[in-house]
Write a protein that binds this ligand. Structure first.
Ligand code: E4P
Length: 215
């Protein structure tokens, strides 16, 4: 399973990249709004740090506008992925971009038929938002299960990118279901290796060794 960071913050992205496990980055307009630099500058910097796919989201809601934005964004670097909202106009833009060999990420996916449609349109990635589904009292992971099953039934190649991840159990469940990618905020990435029994166990090993006069 690939690990992406869901962030537009360069410090976080650098720290995650230093862990040596970072396969890509997803950004969105809300994440970009938290940073002071212009979006295209941030994306350029991110692409200097990360070799894998870097999702850059359009804000137009009509296909011609999305394609115009995509034209500018793809010039930033070869690893830019155009992130498009999963609406009817977005479907048209995904078809055109994928027909031209440009990577796309269909975002804001909340039900399985949206995922089927964007895969048929040739999206590189589909982004189901599990946390936001959990927030309204449904189980976001049910959607991942449905999409993974549908894609496998028809041999669809779009990668399932689990988004809106809020805690490490989302990552465990995504891995159990065979999702291709999980994009996580930095605070989730930093919990992935943690267990209190690892910390207390290590402390005891060192203390026992020292108390026996061997250290
Ligand atoms: C996905 O690509 C989005 O950027 C992101 O995961 C949304 O997460 P949120 O629901 O925590 O805002």
């Amino acid at each position: 399973m690939k690990f992406f960071i869901d962030s537009a913050n360069l410090d976080e992205i650098r720290q995650a990249a230093e862990m040596g496990l970072l396969d890509g980055v997803t950004t969105n307009p809300s994440l970009a709004a938290k940073e002071s630099a212009p979006y295209e500058e941030i994306l350029t910097e991110i692409c200097n740090v990360v070799e894998g796919p870097v999702s850059a989201e359009v804000i137009s809601t009509d296909a011609p506008g999305m394609l115009k934005e995509a034209d500018r964004l793809i010039k930033i670097a070869e690893n830019i992925v155009i992130k498009i909202p999963t609406i009817p106009e977005g479907l048209k833009a995904i078809s055109t971009l994928s027909g031209n060999g440009i990577m796309t990420n269909a975002t804001l996916v909340f039900q399985p038929l949206q995922a089927l449609m964007v895969a048929k349109a040739g999206a590189t990635f589909v982004s189901p938002f599990v946390g936001r589904l959990d927030d309204i009292g449904t189980d976001g992971m049910d959607l991942i299960n449905q999409i993974v099953t549908i894609y496998s039934n028809y041999g669809l190649e779009t990668e399932v990118l689990v988004a809106s991840v809020r805690h490490p159990m989302h990552v465990v469940q995504a891995a159990m279901l065979g999702a291709d990618v999980v994009t996580m905020p930095f605070k989730v990435i930093s919990t992935l290796m943690k267990h209190p029994l690892t910390d207390s166990g290590l402390e005891k090993f060192i203390a026992d060794f020292k108390n026996a006069g061997k250290g």
